[in-house]
Write a protein that binds this ligand. Sequence first.
Ligand code: NAD
Ligand code: TYD
Length: 360
Amino acid sequence: MKRILVTGGAGFIGANFVRYQLEHGDEGLVIIDKLTYAGNRASLAGPLQSGRVILIEADIADRTAVDKAFHDYSPVAVINFAAESHVDRSIDDPTPFIDTNIVGTYTLLEATRGYLRQLSTEGRRDFRLLHVSTDEVYGTLGESGLFSETTPYAPNSPYAASKAAADHLVRAWHETYQLPTLITNCSNNYGPYQFPEKLIPLMILNALEGRPLPIYGDGGNIRDWLFVEDHCAGIWRVLHHGRTGEKYNIGGGNERTNLQIVDQLCAGLEALQPAASNEALRRRGLTSYTQLKTFVADRPGHDRRYAIDAAKIRAELGWAPALDFESGLLRTIRWYLENRAWSDTVLAGKYRLERLGEGS
Ligand code: NAD
Ligand code: TYD
């Protein structure tokens, strides 16, 4: 069986991509994942029983482990999802962001370079490494304009800076060593299996438990939201049909302020699990989810607006999001309502939905 090496496959987007690949592709998957707080076997329960997925618990910065995976499974492609991914955590402690996002990506590039030297001409010709990145590398937008592939990098958080550094390494390994690389820069994702430290799942779980919904600053910051399966479909197209050495922006064209998101989540929860039937709210004497909205101190260096121009991937590869935001959000709320056991499992570690990243 041909195999794709997927790093970070036990995380949010990785676990969704594994499912997407099992449904749409023929290749099997070898996952390298360190299983940090954000990576969970529970997110791969079904795929691990498919007979097409192997999970190796290892750090992408561990060259010996990465070399061994290449040697044992001879992958035809690599997709690098592995990363520390939460801006607030990068404010509290940037160290793992440097270790994984920069040193880890560097190690993966070097291991790939070594592996390619041993491949036949034909194997080398077909091989590709896709590095998954973010629109946050471009910094912040004002009230108008969109990020395109030629927007200069101007990262503002330690997370964004570490991803920008990784993108530069990938670019350099293509230019210098002719590594057949591709980079995707995507906007904010939402959907099943997202660790509940990020805005949407955090708000859903807090609301269900009758806890405050912490809105940073004035709630006017804008993100461009994309359902995770649409992101996976974009990655799949870029992997199979993108031009090596190129980067592709992926975005949903769904700009919303954080306040709009929280209001829409409250309305969606009301429709699916009315506040009147929620014991946690009743105990606090509350009659609606919106009463939980709470404005808190802003995130330091908080980017005001992200928005993606996805014209290149649309025109070159025919990609477009399949799901509209309203349906995607309802699907997501329903998934978190029906999968409380998953949330309980991934929250069994140290993190208990508390505020992170206030800075000092
Ligand atoms: P996530 O935090 O949910 O998952 C990250 C995964 O990487 C986890 O399974 C974790 O265990 C693993 N990991 C962390 N350090 C590792 C290491 N040193 N070695 C091996 N595995 C390691 O992140 P996500 O939201 O799924 O994001 C995946 C990728 O997509 C990241 O590169 C992120 O920068 C990028 N991205 C995310 C978004 C988003 O909205 N979530 C948007 C655009 C791009
Ligand atoms: P987040 O999900 O952390 O993604 P990112 O910072 O990578 O965009 O945050 C999305 C937006 O929501 C961002 O503007 C910060 C804001 N936010 C809150 O207002 N409250 C919260 O508790 C969290 C986690 C985020």
